[in-house]
Write a protein that binds this ligand. Structure first.
Ligand SMILES: C[S@@+](CC[C@H](N)C(=O)[O-])C[C@H]1O[C@@H](n2cnc3c(N)ncnc32)[C@H](O)[C@@H]1O
Length: 468
């Protein structure tokens, strides 16, 4: 809700053009506010704010671009919001929803810069005051100045007080900390820290076109340091992220951006040449590409998703890879009226989930998810499993995958499915993947976010019958 005292039409009264730091803070504050107030994903909020800031930048004919900086400040602020907000917002007379969400977001962004960047503190305060004006909060400019100056004087005590609580210290919602504690008591603090770490840029190399050792040399020739990922033969990580356009072979589809844990889906299902494979819940197509690349010969891949816009991205992604699949829009919970009746040899079901395993890449998840969402995800996951199972031939295999670390969406779902499906059994971890840090978790295996990759759950179910 807007605080009427602070709300002003968008615009800036000052004739002085805003500096880059001001544009960055105002763009990031708008994006953070959109996540907080409208429940937008950080990706969607950033796309709008970056475009607006770039326009503003052109208007004032400045050099350089704040695109990367807005993204960094937005994601950093979202990552630490639940620690920074309790430290700075109590300095407002009305810290809660009565204060304009853009003002709250701006203060959090500024405090993020103070705590997690090397910018001079005075520069950040001055830029935040200008950013308030740019956000149409002219009347709050003095307040921003006063709050940030007081924060600078009292920050050690304010943060120490916030940090007394484990959830606040790690900038997680309390419900999630409790759910993680129940599931992973021994790993809890490590897990919370991993969720706040900056993951490396991870690539999947199409081994049918380039050996990863050769790709690492290509990277080195361009001055890019990378390394192979132990146990995931397709994966390479880069020490410093670069725009994909600068990656050798990206345009021609020799490499794709994909976390090593996500790359395991194709290695685990291991499609064989000639097999009919269903990629259930396929969009935007990361794992579809991996399935097509990993098979030693052509496979007949059908990629199904119920979201038409996301399904288009599957087509675009496969085009870059020079690969083909049959793309179908359908609800996999419902009757399979899209299906030709010929059973699949293998199915990957990459079910929609809380995405609690990929918080380090999408820190907005900590602010967007609610405890009550989890039961809804679990119910849909079970429906999807039940919807896909009849499409599998006897002797075939279905790999259930999520990027959740919550057993309610993983072990509990698979257990419930197995209890009602006597012809389903759980297959062991394939030999080539046995060395990975997989935690047994009910009838499947959990990878926790950390050095090896994102948090993923996998359970491979075999359908009783003749193996081919
Ligand atoms: C985790 S994402 C899949 C990611 C994808 N496998 C990849 O690697 O790029 C889950 C997908 O499930 C889709 N989905 C959700 N409910 C569905 C349903 N009932 N039927 C089909 N697709 C569904 C969503 O649109 C979303 O694209």
């Amino acid at each position: 809700m807007r605080n009427e005292r602070h709300a002003r039409p968008h615009g800036r009264p000052s004739s002085r053009p805003p500096g880059t730091a001001t544009l960055v803070l105002s763009g990031a504050a708008r994006a953070v506010a959109a996540v907080l107030e409208e429940g937008q994903s950080a990706d969607a909020a950033l796309a709008a704010q970056v475009a607006e800031a770039m326009e503003a930048l052109q208007e004032v004919q400045q050099q350089g671009g704040p695109r990367g900086a807005i993204q960094a400040v937005t994601l950093g602020t979202l990552r630490w919001y639940l620690r920074l907000a309790p430290a700075v917002l109590p300095l407002l007379a009305r810290p809660g929803a009565q204060t304009d969400v853009r003002l709250r977001a701006l203060l959090a962004c500024a405090v993020h810069q103070i705590e997690y960047s090397s910018h001079a503190q005075a520069t950040t305060v001055a830029a935040a005051v200008d950013a308030a004006r740019l956000l149409g909060l002219e009347r709050a400019a003095g307040l921003v100045n006063a709050v940030l100056r007081r924060y600078l004087r009292e920050r050690v005590a304010l943060l120490a007080s916030a940090d007394r609580d484990l959830a606040t210290r790690h900038a997680h919602p309390a419900w999630l900390v409790e759910a993680l504690r129940a599931a992973w008591p021994a790993e809890l603090e490590q897990l919370l820290a991993a969720n706040n770490a900056h993951p490396p840029l991870a690539l999947r190399v199409d081994l049918s076109r380039t050996r990863s050792v050769d790709y690492l040399q290509e990277l080195a020739a361009r001055g890019l340091a990378g390394e192979a990922v132990s146990g995931v033969p397709t994966a390479v990580t880069l020490s410093h992220p670069v725009p994909v356009a600068e990656l050798p072979g990206f345009a021609e589809g020799r490499v794709s951006v994909q976390d090593p844990s996500a790359q395991l889906a194709a290695l685990w299902l291991a499609p064989l040449p000639g097999e009919r494979v269903l990629d259930a819940c396929a969009a935007p197509g990361g794992k579809a590409g991996a399935l097509l690349e990993i098979a030693a010969g052509p496979i007949a891949l059908t990629a199904v998703d119920n979201d038409a816009a996301r399904l288009e991205r599957v087509g675009e992604n496969l085009k870059r890879l020079g690969r083909e699949a049959k793309l179908l829009q359908a609800d996999l919970c419902g009757p399979p009226d899209w299906w030709d009746g010929v059973p699949f040899d293998a199915i990957l079901l990459d079910a929609p989930c809380s995405a609690t395993g990929v918080i380090r890449r999408h820190p907005d998840i900590k602010l967007l998810r609610r405890a009550a969402d989890i039961a809804g995800f679990a119910a849909r996951q079970l429906l999807l499993l039940r919807g896909c199972w009849p499409l599998l031939r006897p002797g075939g295999r279905l790999l259930y995958a999520t990027c959740s670390v919550l057993p309610a969406e993983n072990a509990a779902v698979v257990r419930a499915f197995l209890a009602a499906t006597p012809e389903a059994t759980v297959a062991p971890v394939p030999e080539p993947l046995a060395g990975l840090p997989l935690h047994p978790c009910g009838p499947g295996w959990q990878l926790l976010p950390g050095a090896a990759g994102d948090g993923f759950y996998y359970a491979c179910l075999h359908k009783e019958g003749e193996a081919r």
